[in-house]
Design a protein around this ligand. Structure first.
Ligand SMILES: O=C(CO)[C@@H](O)[C@H](O)COP(=O)(O)O
Ligand SMILES: [Fe+2]
Length: 221
């Protein structure tokens, strides 16, 4: 039911390959890849070359979160580098439907991301065209920030709409997810949870990941 996607942004980049393998061993369902350009968000992370390097190490789906301006320009490169999901920010896409079609045409599953203050009405017209909606529960740009609780009612609203329409769209939550915060999001209908610092800051990644998963599962059982 619940999928956990560790964010490699919080990994030790000097041994990134080992860090990916370690969360795979710990039971990760997806690997979350945060791409930041220093324009859309005030931080720079890495580009497709890093995805290309880690792609052969695991069969886990690569969940590529593009926090960049003009994502259309780079989507093909990320597809070639091995992305399974590419999510783009609605705030960065003036031609959102076109961007979604581009991702799909490259054989990659498209998703859209909403910043904490962005209303769900901005994506209602593309719900039938996407596989994933990602709700930011921090302002994007950095790991290790505090979870913004006011996003949770939006998650519930969208989850109800998706159910009413009978769509199979996953709801993913990103930012400040840990044992304490996952429950409310799972109850609201989210199914995929990004966790960066809550996993990579811990010595025992298996224990950390499984504790988050357990808290999420308990909330919906
Ligand atoms: O996209 C982002 C931040 O912009 C996230 O994916 C973070 O990397 C999550 O880190 P934690 O909040 O779990 O530490
Ligand atoms: Fe992210």
């Amino acid at each position: 039911m619940i999928k956990i996607a560790p964010s490699i942004l919080a990994a030790d980049f000097s041994k990134l390959g080992e860090e990916v393998l370690e969360v795979e061993k710990a039971g990760a369902d997806w690997i979350h890849v945060d791409v930041m350009d220093g324009h859309f968000v005030p931080n720079i992370s890495f580009g497709p070359i890093v995805l290309n390097a880690i792609r052969p190490l695991t069969k886990l789906p690569m969940d590529v979160h593009l926090m960049i301006e003009n994502p259309d320009q780079y989507i093909e490169e990320f597809a070639k580098a091995g992305a399974d999901f590419i999510t783009v920010h609605v705030e960065a896409c003036p031609h959102l439907h076109r961007t979604i079609q581009l991702i799909r045409s490259l054989g990659v599953k498209p998703g859209v991301v909403l910043n904490p203050h962005t209303p769900i009405e901005t994506i209602q017209h593309v719900l039938e065209d996407i596989d994933l909606v990602l709700f930011m529960t921090v302002n994007p740009g950095f790991g290790g920030q505090k979870f913004i609780h006011s996003v949770v009612p939006k998650v519930k609203q969208l989850s109800d709409i998706i159910k009413e329409k009978g769509l199979s769209v996953e709801i993913e939550i990103d930012g400040g997810i840990n044992e304490e915060t996952i429950g409310a999001c799972a109850e609201a209908g989210a199914t995929v949870f990004v966790a960066g610092s809550a996993i990579y800051s811990k010595k025992d990644r298996t224990q950390a990941l499984q504790a988050i998963r357990k808290a999420g599962e308990e909330a919906i059982s």
